[in-house]
Design a protein around this ligand. Structure first.
Ligand code: C5P
Length: 235
């Protein structure tokens, strides 16, 4: 079966501060989205990348992809996104040709994921897992709180989950295509990761080791870190 990657890149990225949509911010001169597309195309197993663009920015994204050299073995498509990440992923899946039986979903906001992580996810799906998530142990202890009505107010702690059992999840997440499509048709809750929709179907989701460089570029400091990682790679 063939393998495609869907990259939801339709978010505005308000937490990064004012400016262009997050996926179009540049890292060392190249848009974050292009880094993310290259990270997927770096895997020899991936033969199609579908970018889900801001609804009013599909033409701009298409010309960006045309302007940047990408491997010849990889095809590209651009489709307009939706109001939520979930909707954007669904629109990407709708565009997927029938011969693709495995699909990766990768955030444009994780431009630096190494190819070995991408391949580890693919291998685990090929070995039969319906959903595979790269993830890392946590450095910080995590508290569950009763969220304050007003930001900045003290918040009562509800519980402290055992840190050793927690993982911070990354992307690309890998799926048996039929499973992910079924999850999108069945689960209507708003979720922050695709694998949790498959969990809600009661199917086995597994974690494989993620990578520090697969971090999500969310806040201004992350831009500094991402550019430092890129600079180090060029040495
Ligand atoms: O906002 P967050 O960082 O969780 O977004 C994760 C990814 O989902 C980003 O790549 C963003 O562009 C994408 N997204 C999307 N459509 C939306 C909202 C977010 O494709 N409506």
């Amino acid at each position: 079966t063939r393998i495609a990657a869907v990259i939801p890149a339709a978010g505005r990225g308000v937490r990064l501060g004012p400016g262009a949509p997050k996926a179009l911010r540049t890292l060392n001169g190249t848009p974050m989205l292009i880094h993310a597309v290259r990270a997927m195309a770096a895997s020899r197993a991936v033969s199609l990348v579908i970018v889900v663009a801001p609804p009013d920015g599909a033409a701009e994204v298409k010309s960006l992809l045309d302007a940047h050299a990408l491997p010849e073995r990889t095809d590209f498509m651009v489709v307009p996104g939706g109001d939520t990440r979930q909707e954007s992923v669904k629109l990407g899946l709708d565009a997927l040709p029938p011969e693709y039986g495995i699909v990766l979903v990768h955030d444009a906001a994780r431009p630096l994921v190494p190819v070995d992580t991408v391949d580890a996810v693919i291998d685990a799906v090929r070995e039969g897992a319906p959903a595979v998530v790269p993830a890392l142990p946590l450095a910080d202890t995590v508290k569950e709180v009763e969220p304050a009505a007003t930001p900045g107010e003290p918040e009562p702690v509800v519980a402290t989950p055992e840190r050793a059992r927690l993982r911070a999840v990354q992307t690309p997440q890998g799926f048996d295509r039929a499973t992910l499509v079924h999850a999108h048709e069945t689960v209507t809750d708003n979720v922050t990761d695709d694998a949790s929709m498959v969990e809600q179907l009661g199917l086995g989701v597994v974690v494989v080791p993620g990578h520090e460089e697969a971090f999500k570029v969310t806040r201004p400091l992350d831009l500094v870190l991402a550019e430092a990682v890129l600079a180090r790679r060029r040495l």
